[in-house]
Design a protein around this ligand. Structure first.
Ligand code: ATP
Length: 585
C-alpha cells in the first residue's frame, strides 16, 4: 500500500469529479451529533427519516431487516462504484465540513446524513421511562442512603458513594490481585472454591483455571446468598463471576418435574444489548457443559417472539438471558410466563449502567416487580455512576455488598492500553482515520480494530468509505438486521486482520478477543462510554491502544478524562490522492 508522507488533505475528489471533500452533497447535510435526538427535519438529501424504533418489543426480524431508509441511503453507489453522497447528486460546490457525528458549534456548516435518531441501541431503547415507585414500601430513599452509607463505609450515611468512598472489599482486592492492580488473574484457583464437581468440570473445560480478581472477590459472597453490586474493569471476567454462582444455585434446587405445565425459571440475566445477551448465554452454555439437566434460553429483540415462545414451551429452561424490552414482552404476552418467573431465585443485571442510560429503567422496574421479593440480586458494571446506585434502591436488598475491584487511586482503564487523543478539524478527520488505520495495519500483522462512530448512519458511511479505500471492513449497528449483526459479531470474534466500524452497540460488554486498536471517532456520550469503548481492547491482560479523535470544539471532553493516562498522538500523514489514483487507474 502506497502512502505518501506530507499531505494531509482529506481530498477524496474523484476522477470524474464525483465527490470532493465529501462536500458535494446536496445542500446542508449534517451528520447527527448529540445522542438522543429523535427527529430532525433538516434537509436530508433523499434520506428517508425513520423515527426511533422504540423498545425491542417491536423488534421483529422482518421489521429490522428491510430497507429502513438507511441501507443504501447514506452512500449509495450508483453507476458502478461511484461514490455518491445521500441522494447521489454531485453539485460542484465545496462544503466546508464533514461531520462524523460530532457536536457542532452553532452556525457551523454541517452535513446532515439524516441522523434523526441516533442509534442509541435504537432497537432496544424503551421510551417509556416513567417512575414506578416500586418497592417504596421496602426501600424509601432515606433508608437506602443510610444503609448504603454503611456499605461503603460512609458512616454519616449521607449518600452511597461508590466512587468517593473506599468500598468494603476494595482492600481485599488490593491484597489479592497480582501485579499491581491491573493483573488479569488472581492466584486463587476455581478448584479451591466450594463449587459443585460438575461446575468445576465445566470451568476446566472452558479453559479457566485461576480466577480473575472480580471472580475471586464476588464468588464467596454470592455463594452465601448475598446481593452484590460489583464494579470491575472491562474484560475482567464479570460474566463468569455472576453466572457460575447462579448455576450453583440452580444445581442445588430440586429437579424440575418434567410434567409441570409451567416449570419455574430460576435465574434471569438482563443484558442491555442483544450481542451481550447472546454472549452471556454462550458463556452459560459453556459452563453448563456437564450440567445436562440445566437449560439456558435466550430471549432478545430482533428475533421472532413466536419462535422463542415455542422454544420455551418445548424446552423449558431454568436460566433465562434476555434484553429488557423482550423480557417484558414475554411477561405481557406469553401465556404462563409470568407464573414461571415466580420461581426466580437470582436476578442479574449485567452492565447496569448501560441498562439505565439506554432508558431501560422503567423496564427494569417492571421486571423487578414481577419477580419474587425473596431472591438474590446481582448487579455488575464496569462503572458505577449515580444512576446505578439508584437502581440498587429498587432492585436490591438493603444489606447488599458493594465489591469494588478497581483499586482506589487507580484508573478505571487498563495500564497496558496506550491511550491517545487527536484534535483535528473535520475536513482532516477521515484522512487521519485512514492514516491511523494504515499505520496500525502495517505495524500489526494480526491487527483487529474497532472504529466507534456516534450514530448508525455515520457508522455505515465510514465503513463504506474505508471499504472503498480497500481496507478489510465490516460494519455493525442497530439499523442492521439482527441476523446480520450476529453473523458479523461472530466473524469479528473469530477473525484477525479486520476492522469493525461500529456504533455503540459494541461499546459495552462485547468480548471480542485480541482487539489491537480502538478508535473513537467523535466525542463519546460521557466518560463512562469512553471507558467502555476503550475496554474492547486490552482484555484478559492483553496489550492494546486507543485513539480518541475529536474536533476542536469537542476538546472540552478531555477534561472529563483528565485523570486517565491519555496523551496527544502524532498525526499520521497520509496522501489520499495517491491512494485514489491507485484505486481508479
Ligand atoms: N478465570 C478466567 N480465566 C481465563 N479467562 C477468563 C476467566 N474468566 C473470564 N475469562 C475470559 O475473559 C474474557 C472477558 O470476560 P467478560 O466478557 O466476562 O469480561 P467483562 O468483565 O464482563 O467485560 P466488560 O466489562 O467489557 O463486559 C472472556 O473471553 C472470558 O471467557
Amino acid at each position: 500500500m502506497r502512502r505518501g508522507r506530507g499531505r494531509r488533505d482529506l481530498g477524496l475528489s474523484r476522477k470524474g469529479g464525483s465527490y470532493s471533500d465529501f462536500g458535494d452533497c446536496d445542500g446542508d447535510i449534517r451528520l447527527g451529533s448529540s445522542r438522543g435526538r429523535r427527529d430532525r427535519g433538516g434537509r436530508m438529501s433523499g434520506l428517508s427519516q425513520r423515527r426511533g424504533r422504540g423498545s425491542d418489543l417491536d423488534d421483529d426480524e422482518d421489521d429490522d431487516a428491510g430497507p429502513d431508509g438507511f441501507e443504501g441511503s447514506s452512500v449509495r453507489h450508483q453507476g458502478g462504484r461511484r461514490g455518491k453522497m445521500a441522494n447521489g447528486s454531485h453539485r460542484g460546490g465545496r462544503s466546508s465540513d464533514m461531520d462524523f457525528g460530532h457536536r457542532q458549534p452553532r452556525g457551523a456548516k454541517k452535513f446532515d446524513f439524516g441522523l434523526s435518531e441516533d442509534d442509541d441501541e435504537a432497537g432496544e431503547v424503551d421510551e417509556d421511562d416513567g417512575p414506578s415507585g416500586f418497592e417504596d414500601d421496602l426501600f424509601d430513599d432515606e433508608v437506602v442512603k443510610e444503609d448504603v452509607g454503611q456499605i461503603t463505609g460512609n458512616k454519616s450515611g449521607s449518600s452511597m458513594s461508590a466512587e468517593d468512598e473506599p468500598a468494603k472489599h476494595e482492600s481485599v482486592q488490593g491484597r489479592r490481585s497480582t501485579g499491581g492492580g491491573d493483573s488479569y488473574l488472581s492466584k486463587k484457583r476455581f478448584d479451591e472454591c466450594p463449587l459443585s464437581p460438575l461446575s468445576l468440570k465445566g470451568v476446566k473445560a472452558a479453559g479457566y483455571e485461576r480466577m480473575t480478581a472480580v471472580q475471586e472477590a464476588t464468588l464467596p459472597i454470592i455463594l452465601q446468598g448475598k446481593d452484590v453490586l460489583a464494579k470491575a474493569k472491562t474484560g475482567t471476567g464479570k460474566t463468569v463471576a455472576f453466572l457460575l454462582p447462579a448455576i450453583e444455585v440452580v444445581s442445588k434446587l430440586p429437579p424440575v418435574d418434567r410434567d409441570l405445565k409451567r416449570p419455574p425459571i430460576s435465574v434471569v440475566v438482563v443484558c442491555p444489548t442483544r450481542e451481550l445477551a447472546d454472549q452471556a448465554a454462550a458463556e452459560a452454555n459453556k459452563l453448563l457443559k456437564f450440567h445436562p439437566s440445566i437449560g439456558v434460553q435466550l430471549v432478545i429483540g430482533g428475533t421472532r417472539m413466536a419462535l422463542e415462545q415455542k422454544r420455551m414451551h418445548t424446552n423449558p429452561c431454568q436460566i433465562l438471558v434476555a434484553t429488557p424490552g423482550r423480557l417484558r414482552d414475554h411477561m405481557e404476552n406469553t401465556p404462563g410466563f409470568a407464573t414461571r418467573l415466580m420461581g426466580v431465585k437470582v436476578l442479574i443485571l449485567d452492565e447496569a449502567d448501560r441498562l439505565l442510560d439506554m432508558g431501560f429503567r422503567s423496564d427494569i422496574e417492571k421486571i423487578v416487580a414481577a419477580l419474587p421479593k425473596q431472591r438474590q440480586t446481582l448487579l455488575f458494571s464496569a462503572t458505577v455512576p449515580d444512576e446505578v446506585r439508584q437502581v440498587c434502591h429498587i432492585a436490591m436488598k438493603r444489606d447488599l455488598e458493594f465489591v469494588n475491584t478497581v483499586q482506589e487511586g487507580s484508573e478505571e482503564t487498563h495500564s497496558q492500553v496506550k491511550q491517545m487523543h487527536l484534535i483535528a478539524p473535520l475536513d482532516k478527520q477521515f484522512s487521519i482515520l485512514y492514516g491511523l488505520l494504515t499505520d496500525h495495519i502495517s505495524e500489526n500483522v494480526d491487527y483487529k480494530v474497532i472504529v466507534f462512530c456516534t450514530t448508525a448512519k455515520v457508522t455505515s458511511l465510514v465503513a463504506e468509505l474505508l471499504s472503498e479505500l480497500k481496507l478489510n471492513v465490516r460494519e455493525i449497528h442497530s439499523r442492521k438486521p439482527q441476523s446480520y449483526r450476529t453473523r458479523i459479531s461472530k466473524e469479528f470474534k473469530e477473525s484477525k486482520g479486520l476492522i469493525l466500524v461500529s456504533s455503540d452497540v459494541s461499546a459495552r460488554g462485547v468480548d471480542y478477543p485480541n482487539v489491537t486498536l480502538v478508535v473513537q471517532l467523535g466525542v463519546p456520550t460521557d466518560r463512562e462510554q469512553y471507558i467502555h469503548r476503550l475496554g474492547r481492547t486490552g482484555r484478559r491482560g492483553n496489550e492494546g491502544a486507543g485513539v480518541l479523535l475529536l474536533a476542536p470544539w469537542e476538546e472540552y471532553f478531555l477534561r472529563s478524562i483528565k485523570d486517565l493516562p491519555i496523551s496527544e498522538a502524532t498525526q499520521p500523514l497520509i496522501d489520499l490522492d495517491t491512494k485514489k489514483k491507485d484505486m481508479y487507474m
